[in-house]
Design a protein around this ligand. Sequence first.
Ligand code: ARG
Length: 459
Amino acid sequence: MAVKMWAGRTAGATDKLADDFNSSIRFDQRMYREDIEGSMAHAAMLGAKGIIEQSEAEALIDGLGAILADIESGALEINLECEDIHMFVEQVLTERLGDVGKKLHTARSRNDQVALDLRMNLRKETDEVVALIKEVVGALVSVAKDNKQTIMPGYTHLQRAQPITFAHHLLAYCMMLLRDISRFSDMKARMNVSPIGCCALAGTTYDTDRYFEAEKLGFSDICLNSIDGVSDRDFCVEFMNCCSILMMHLSRLSEEIILWSSWEFKFVELSDAYTTGSSIMPQKKNPDMAELIRGKTGRVYGDMIALLTTLKGLPLAYNKDMQEDKESVFDAVDTVKMCLGIAAPMIATMRVIPENMKKAAQEGFINATDLADYLVKKGMPFRSAYKISGTIVAKCISEKLVLETLPIEEYKAFSELFEDDIYNEISLETCVAKRISVGGTSLESAEKQIEFVESELSK
Ligand code: ARG
């Protein structure tokens, strides 16, 4: 039987449907560990400050420890008839300890309790998400290391633009994901501030020690305004903002993997383990996992928007609307973790097909910039060189020729500056090798980037 801890002010029973509507235990039960650890710190503080007897504090801590152990061993099942996880833990504690159990909630409210649990829970989830991002970066950098010399077309407007290496392209994603790691860790510093002791909204008349609790629970500071402490959900919004940006990155990568897996590109082939077949078309090998990562991105954005919308009209301090924070934030956590968990092995196991990348790079005149640069290096102003190169490309297109094999006499007809060395200058290998500017696509630059990414990963 679930007991209503708050029965007293009201005598009549609540409607069954209203109970279900009001209850959050279905989704907040996943915070049982944080709830119990928070309560242990609270009991310890009550004892240390003499608000309850030291022996009572010890009994509470032991009782809470036993509840935790019993939930984890399966000996104690969470009663879904309770309103929320906080009520459940307190109810079991009181059933087991009698009157001592009833002392735990001294100088505390569920308002500061739930804010505490959620901060602790998301703090832990942040570490897990960061570890998973590192796995994806690890997979990307290892494919990059194998493809430092693999030439592919770089695109703008999804039109072939300039030759790059596959390593350089993948390293761009590493940079994005490293920024995600840094964003999560900045966010975590603001999240890691303790609300416990704010009580319902106004603080308490007991001589509590909020720093004692914060320190015991690994927080770096405490919320300095009790009203803010119980009504602030910025940490949830920020968490989901980090998740959204991360998902946007994963979605862009997925989009490319989907394109690259198509017959139109065939730059990579995904492992059978991360593809599906069609129920009707026997030839199909579909990149469903990448598509789902792309698809679930919208869902994570939605989670963030849902909470922002919930919060925007709320007067201070706690309002029950805030119970809606958890379903959004937990959905975002679960989705992000699932996507990262799939992305890492999907990338690590994909087969890269350098021949097809090279073939695509050989078509589309992606060395035209280098043709213009050749003339510039021989003294022609860039705009004039650009114009001549464009005309040469147009001629090649109409006569079905390529820059690499256009005879030297034809080049000379456009400018006397052209010499035999033009062929070496516009070879794809030269185009890549010569892009030695910092952060460019040269081998040297890729190696520096790899070194940087690996050193960030080892932090
Ligand atoms: N289940 C509630 C929530 O998730 C806990 C806080 C309830 N506080 C209250 N004053 N009713 O927000």
